[in-house]
Design a protein around this ligand. Structure first.
Ligand code: DAH
Length: 338
């Protein structure tokens, strides 16, 4: 081959590579041209037969050829790979869409929204507070003594910062009263955390709705009336409500209140442990010491407060016998709540 033939050869070889239709073809051409026993190797051998005067030019051309072949093979391989990737993703816009299914609200969310709806009719608005609370808001300002067992590490998730995961929604009462003077009428739904061992009726993470009403001449009769109104709206007109004396550090007097069991209508069943009643939570008249801490004049104002367990309400309203169903995200369970 002389220099002239070399350039003809190059044009033909590049055309052949550019026309390769598959990656396998490209590989065949690589072996054919620049493989160990390929044509380029033979051309290099031809160098010996070229007249000495032409050798530098021939050598230079052979190097250009070698580089051009390598580049052409790489380029063709890249182009074929790119188009293969594209073919894999090709979109047929004429196909019908994929139905992803419609989500449903979680029963916990349904109950919270229902509670908010009912209390909004009594003039309550929704307030919010942080899940990570200070010891001050969760305990001190709620008049909870320093040695109260609920502060114990066995009950409270303490953080290294000295803060904690709130054990109740009651600290939202404090946050609201710190920034607002009466009249106050709020509910505060949210997550609470306690170091409880999970079983059919306990969970380390659960929900409460807090309520707080502060104004002139708010009385225990308001509390009983409003809770009873709520119970009837939530559970149906035939529900019974009972209040039992109790103690909470932040209310005086304090009560616990129960709803008659919705499952057995008071006759006694597994859900109410045969008592006919389900404990909802605590309530009472805001303790004047709490008013003093947040700077509300207890001589002018009184107030009631309550907490309610959202899971408890969901369980009796929907007949759920195990609290764990609410957290397992089993679609067979969740799909029953339209
Ligand atoms: N925070 C209490 C608890 O988790 C429930 C409670 C009791 C809330 C009395 C109140 C209240 O607002 O006045 O057990």
């Amino acid at each position: 081959m002389n220099v002239q033939e070399l350039s003809t050869f190059q044009v033909a070889a590049l055309a052949e590579i550019a026309a390769a239709g598959t990656l396998a073809d490209v590989e065949t051409l690589r072996i054919k041209y620049i493989g160990r026993n390929g044509l380029l190797q033979g051309i290099m051998q031809d160098l010996k037969t070229v007249p000495p005067a032409d050798r530098p030019e021939f050598g230079r051309q052979a190097n250009v050829l070698k580089q051009a072949l390598g580049e052409a093979l790489d380029q063709r391989r890249g182009a074929l790979q790119a188009s293969a990737a594209q073919t894999g993703l090709r979109l047929d816009t004429t196909l019908p869409g994929l139905w992803r299914g419609l989500g449903r609200r979680h029963p916990i969310t349904c109950v919270i929204e229902e509670v908010a709806r009912i209390f909004s009719r009594l003039g309550f608005t929704v307030a919010d507070g942080p899940d990570i609370e200070t010891e001050y808001h969760n305990f001190d300002a709620l008049n909870t003594p320093g040695d109260h067992p609920s502060r114990d590490i066995q009950d409270t998730f303490w953080l290294e910062s000295g803060e904690l995961l709130r054990t109740q929604t009651s600290p939202v009462q404090i946050r609201v009263m710190e920034r607002q003077q009466p009249p106050i009428r709020i509910i505060a739904p949210g997550r609470c955390y306690r170091r409880d061992t999970t079983d059919a009726t306990h969970s380390a993470n659960f929900h409460q709705v807090e309520g707080l009403y502060v104004d002139r001449r708010v009385s225990m009769a308001d509390l009983k009336g409003d809770i009873t109104f709520f119970a009837r709206e939530m559970m149906g007109a035939d529900v019974k409500v009972r209040f039992r004396p109790h103690f909470f550090p932040f209310t005086e007097p304090s009560v616990e209140y129960d709803f008659s069991c919705h499952m057995c209508h008071g006759r006694g069943c597994r859900v109410c442990k045969n008592s006919g009643w389900i404990e909802i939570s605590g309530a009472g008249m805001v303790d004047p010491r709490v008013f003093k801490i947040v700077g509300i004049d207890a001589a002018q104002f009184t107030g009631y407060a309550f907490g309610m367990g959202v899971e408890r309400i969901a369980m009796i309203k929907y007949g759920i016998e195990d609290i764990r169903h609410l957290y397992e995200n089993d679609l067979r369970f969740l799909e029953q709540f339209a």
